[in-house]
Design a protein around this ligand. Structure first.
Ligand code: PAF
Length: 280
């Protein structure tokens, strides 16, 4: 496995793979890898892709009061995991490679970028769309892999890819959970033992909303109320949002239908966590 910070090297590898008749799968990450990220690598390998993983803590997707400085950075440990998983290339660029001095070009998916996490994290999805565009331009992959855990991000990137006529297939992989249901996240490592227990309210909330739908409830307000009750039950989660939305537009729905996205977000202590489920 080769680790590079050079766009030219990454692109040369990608082109050589395709010239030899192969396909390239890119797994974009910010590092601090866990089993969720490794499931994306596995999904790419199962499709026959040769895999590159990018590791870049992207400053433009963090707000001024957010955890950019403290976001876990552990390149060596991440690389050990990726090498064992059969990844061929790690792209770990310096910030100046992605954002050269005076960089003034951004990608913004209007409308969607202001919904769900975009409403509470202004500028977040502009940063995500911009960096993912750059990573796709750098790696020229056939497919790029993302987790459903960041379901709003997926909606933004799908729309961006469609609107910009990108020649890449976006593959979305299921949420990977701990045995007790907590969705895997690099931010889980911020949680104390007590907070880790309280954080289970998020997955319980999603399960409660899904159960209401499965039992025949079709009022979106009632599905959200079932989820919110569970989220607030322990009194330790400060709710950011509980919303049932159309997964393509991220607009709230009134009547719940299969395929809608039930999304929850909240703070446990100072850590903001998200979770979701697709109804039906
Ligand atoms: O999902 C993430 O880890 C990040 O938002 C991504 C897609 C790597 C862009 O920085």
């Amino acid at each position: 496995m080769q680790v590079t910070g050079s766009v030219a090297e990454l692109r040369a590898w990608s082109r050589a793979v395709r010239q030899a008749g192969g396909t390239v799968g890119l797994v974009p990450t910010m590092g601090a890898l866990h089993a969720g990220h490794l499931s994306l690598v596995k999904a790419a390998q199962e499709r026959g892709d040769r895999v590159a993983v990018s590791i870049f803590v992207n400053p433009t997707q963090f707000g001024p009061q957010e955890d950019f400085a403290q976001y876990p950075r552990m390149l060596e440990a991440d690389c050990r995991l990726l090498e064992a998983a059969g990844v061929e290339r790690v792209f770990a660029p310096e910030p100046g490679v992605i954002y050269p001095d005076g960089a003034a070009t951004f990608v913004e998916v209007e409308g969607l970028s202001g919904r769900l996490d975009g409403a509470s994290r202004p500028g977040h999805f502009r940063g995500v769309a911009t960096v993912v565009t750059k990573l796709l331009v750098a790696a020229e992959p056939d497919r790029a892999y993302f987790g459903q855990k960041d379901a709003a991000q997926v909606a933004v990137l799908r729309r961006m890819s469609r609107d910009l006529l990108l020649a890449v297939e976006l593959v979305v992989c299921p949420i990977v959970r701990e045995a007790d249901g907590l969705a895997m996240s690099s931010r889980n490592r911020y949680l104390s033992v007590d907070e880790r227990r309280e954080a289970l309210a998020l997955s319980r909330a999603v399960a409660a909303g899904e159960a209401a739908f499965a039992a025949g409830e079709r009022s979106a307000a009632a599905v959200c109320a079932a989820a919110r009750r569970e989220l607030e039950a322990g009194g330790q989660v400060r709710v950011d949002y509980v919303q049932l939305v159309n997964w393509a537009t991220l607009e709230p729905v009134e009547t719940a239908a299969a395929g809608d996205l039930l999304a929850v977000a909240g703070w446990v202590g100072t850590t903001r966590l998200i979770d979701n489920g697709i109804l039906g």
